[in-house]
Design a protein around this ligand. Structure first.
Ligand code: ASP
Length: 435
């Protein structure tokens, strides 16, 4: 994937860290020394912010084609009736339930710890006002966010093109799901070709994301400069609390939920599972890409966890793009953190909507480093939270990406073990092969 070091150039995540450090230090210096200066204002308005905006726009640009094609492909793969009826249904249930559980853990933790609360009111008002100025339409839309029954009805778009034009993510997702379901049922030449086209669109989007993410170091520097120049040190403290919150929630899912699922449903010792899964876990952690880890997790499932080949291949392949516990959890925590940060109130029904969007967002995100960023950008916009907030997140994203990808991949393997349990040809108690 694109983050690999080529010909001795710096790996991307180090560049991002450098961008983060430079932007922050410069921003702090500016905040301390030149807060009132006109030149600083011009620099922020005409250089730092536009560079950050450019990056965000490029991400936004990819959301609709990416989410649409990923969801259609996901449904078509799950629903392939030839071989996979029962495994398919189980996998689908697994993906939805365990992902929802992950998001709930994230939402509970972020609501309890409130990592985004604490910015001085004046600073927050200023931030919001500035964001509203720029993305007026979007922020407006968020503030008049519908609630309750209307929120549910809005899942179904009256007009899918209008929904896409308005960045109405959930409606697009619904449309894509329906499209995928129908494409699974109608097995004609035409639908096959349509699915191939979706695959093409998806592949192209992945490549584009890779290119866009290469701009991230500059965007990180610019966005962090703009925000620390305005707000100073407070922001960094909050960022640290945010990182802690994400890691805690991911940790609960990884160290509590997975072992319980393995024990209760997979009848396998978590320790044996971890020992066997080690290569996949390490690959996921170091690449931050589920897709790049797929060959390793396939090997682990078949050879070390002794999952029957057809179950392992299906669950892991599908899971690499569609079963992302860590990513969905991360999306939920991030959206709520930024809502707290910018002082956007999200009530219970809106948080339920966040839950739903994140479960689907876990399916719709690509299994590459930073694959969930476009989805987050759009969820933010949906709730009237300034998408600039992504700039904050980006600075620390690599670490979080490594951790959430580890959870994603481990979730696929746990799923493979559990789903294989119910299959007639399951091997006797899964004993890991000697390393
Ligand atoms: N990097 C993640 C993965 O490949 C996706 C993401 O959350 O950005 O699983």
């Amino acid at each position: 994937m694109g983050h690999h070091d080529r010909q001795g150039r710096w790996p991307l995540h180090w560049k991002m860290a450098l961008g983060f450090a430079l932007g922050t230090v410069a921003g702090l210096v500016a905040n301390l020394g030149f807060a009132q200066s006109e030149a600083l204002h011009l620099l922020v308005t005409y250089l730092a912010e536009p560079v950050g905006q450019l990056f965000l726009r490029l991400l936004f640009m990819l959301v609709i084609p990416l989410v649409f094609s990923a969801l259609v492909l996901g449904v078509v793969e799950i629903g392939n009736p030839q071989s996979l009826g029962r495994i398919g249904v189980r996998t689908l249930l697994w993906v939805l339930l365990v992902t929802a559980l992950a998001v709930m853990i994230g939402l509970v933790v972020v609501n309890l710890l409130q990592p985004g609360v604490g910015l001085p009111e004046a600073a927050r008002a200023e931030l919001l006002a500035q964001a509203a100025e720029r993305g007026g339409a979007i922020a407006e839309k968020g503030r008049s966010a519908p609630s309750g029954i209307e929120l549910l009805l809005n899942i179904v778009p009256k007009n899918p093109v209008a929904a896409a034009a308005n960045g109405d993510l959930i409606a697009i997702m619904f449309f894509a799901l329906m499209f995928g379901i129908a494409a699974t049922v109608v097995r004609s030449d035409g639908t096959r070709r349509f699915v191939e086209v979706c695959q093409g669109v998806y592949d192209i989007c992945l490549r584009l994301i890779e290119w866009v993410i290469r701009l991230a170091p500059y965007a990180v520097a610019a966005l962090l400069f703009a925000i620390t120049a305005r707000l100073g040190l407070d922001v960094l403290l909050q960022l640290a609390r945010y990182v802690g919150t994400v890691l805690l929630a991911l940790g609960i899912h990884f160290f509590v939920v997975f072992p319980l699922l393995l024990w209760l449903l997979g009848r396998m010792s978590p320790l044996a599972f971890w020992r066997a899964s080690e290569p996949a876990i390490l690959t996921a952690f170091s690449t931050a890409s589920s897709s790049a880890t797929l060959p390793t997790s396939l090997m682990v499932a078949e050879e070390r966890l002794r999952v029957p080949r057809r179950v392992g291949r299906f669950v892991c392949t599908l899971g690499a793009t569609a079963n992302m516990n860590g990513t969905a959890l991360f999306e939920g925590v991030t959206v709520l953190f930024l809502a707290q940060f910018y002082g956007v109130e999200l009530g219970l029904s809106q948080q339920l909507m966040v839950l739903l969007l994140c479960v689907l967002g876990g399916i719709g995100a690509a299994g590459v480093p930073g694959g969930s960023l476009p989805v987050i950008a759009l969820i933010l916009a949906t709730f009237g939270i300034p998408p600039e907030g992504i700039g904050l997140i980006l600075g620390v994203d690599r670490l979080l990406d490594m951790c959430r990808t580890t959870v994603n991949v481990t979730g696929d393997l746990v799923g493979a073990v559990v789903i294989a349990r119910g299959e007639p040809d399951a091997a006797p108690p899964a004993a890991p092969a000697p390393a």
